[in-house]
Design a binder for this molecule. Structure first.
Ligand code: NAP
Length: 313
């Protein structure tokens, strides 16, 4: 059974708006760490288990926001946040809004103007763990926005998980969140496709995982992701140990093997097409990491065009 700490006047009172699986976990962690906790949810009964543990169930959004200097919002999306918080009126004045909804960087930046227009400071956030891991110090929670607001409330944020501050741009937390999820899905798809490939010859996932992960950590994660990050920053892709052309052959073999073994082949085909694009752009003699140039080209072109778009020279 989980032991709840009694709420303490020394802990900053916190309001949690939104009690889906994640909001419930956040409010539970705040209670566990002794914060006087006020909650509001469209469906009020979802707060029942928290009220038993000592949370206060507010009758209105305005009452909820007025109860604490800090309001944590964890609703479905930004549209829902506006719809819900609109009824808070003047209660937001002088308070801190910490938004942990998922969304896009532009949505986060727009929310700053919205919150500031109502007299509230705004911290953008993103949660990198599932609900059962909320409240543990090692759980990664990302934040961006005004540093003084983050510093002032760091201890309160730490009651939900380990807070990492990324910078003043309020869109950074959700941008990192999206980037990490991008990496997670690509890595999982790589593993799942590879497992399907060996599975086509009767190899079990357990047998393959044992060898694959032993190989993957030193050969890919350490040798490439960790050691080569400075080369990405410099745009330096020497091809002495292996070229893009050579890697294209490997991608061709993965595609053909997938077809031969009756395994879905769109994923290797897409990777092959991206390598071909890198070669067409002149990176054929460089190493595989030059694919990074294909990925970031649109963002670079957009920054280069920005002065012209703004009417500059
Ligand atoms: P969710 O299904 O994304 O959101 C549920 C919450 O939104 C509930 O409080 C629900 O209220 C409320 N809601 C939905 N539509 C509403 C409306 N029209 N008006 C008022 N309230 C409305 O569940 P969640 O898993 O708790 O996720 C919340 C946020 O955390 C999302 O942005 C999600 O991406 C993010 N997140 C979740 C996880 C996870 O593992 N769950 C992990 C990281 C980040 P009712 O209870 O009344 O329906």
């Amino acid at each position: 059974m989980t032991h709840q700490q009694p709420t303490s006047p020394r802990r900053t009172p916190v309001t949690v708006i939104g009690l889906g699986p994640m909001g419930l976990a956040l409010a539970g962690a705040l209670l566990q760490h002794g914060h006087p906790t006020t909650v509001w949810n469209r469906t009020p009964e979802r707060a029942d288990s928290l009220v038993i543990k000592g949370a206060h169930r507010a009758g209105t959004v305005a009452e909820a926001v007025a109860a604490s200097p800090v309001t944590v919002v964890c609703l479905k999306d930004y549209g829902t946040m506006y719809a819900v918080l609109d009824s808070a009126g003047d209660a937001l004045m002088g308070r801190v809004l910490v938004n942990l909804n998922s969304g896009t960087p532009n949505e986060a930046r727009a929310a700053v103007s919205w919150a500031n227009g109502r007299g509230a400071a705004y911290l953008g956030g993103a949660i990198m763990v599932p609900p059962p891991l909320v409240g543990h110090p090692g759980s990664v929670f990302l934040y961006s926005g005004p540093q003084d607001v983050f510093d002032e409330h760091r201890a309160t944020l730490a009651s939900m998980g380990g807070p990492r501050y990324l910078g003043t741009d309020p869109g950074l937390a959700v941008l990192y969140n999206t980037a990490l999820l991008d990496m997670m899905y690509a890595t999982m798809n790589g593993f799942l496709h590879a497992t399907a490939l060996v599975g086509s010859a009767g190899v079990s996932a357990v047998t393959f995982a044992d060898l694959a992960l032993d190989w993957f950590m030193p050969a890919v994660v350490n040798a490439t992701l960790t050691e080569q990050a400075p080369a990405l920053d410099k745009g330096d892709y020497p091809g002495e140990a292996g070229t893009m052309e050579m890697n294209l052959q490997a991608l061709e073999h993965i595609t053909r093997t997938s077809v031969e073994q009756g395994v879905h082949s769109d994923q290797p085909r897409l990777m092959k097409a991206i390598a071909e694009e890198a070669i067409a752009a002149g990176h054929g003699g460089e190493n595989y990491l030059a694919v990074f140039e294909v990925f970031r080209k649109a963002a670079r072109d957009r920054s280069a065009a920005a002065p012209a778009l703004r009417g500059g020279s």
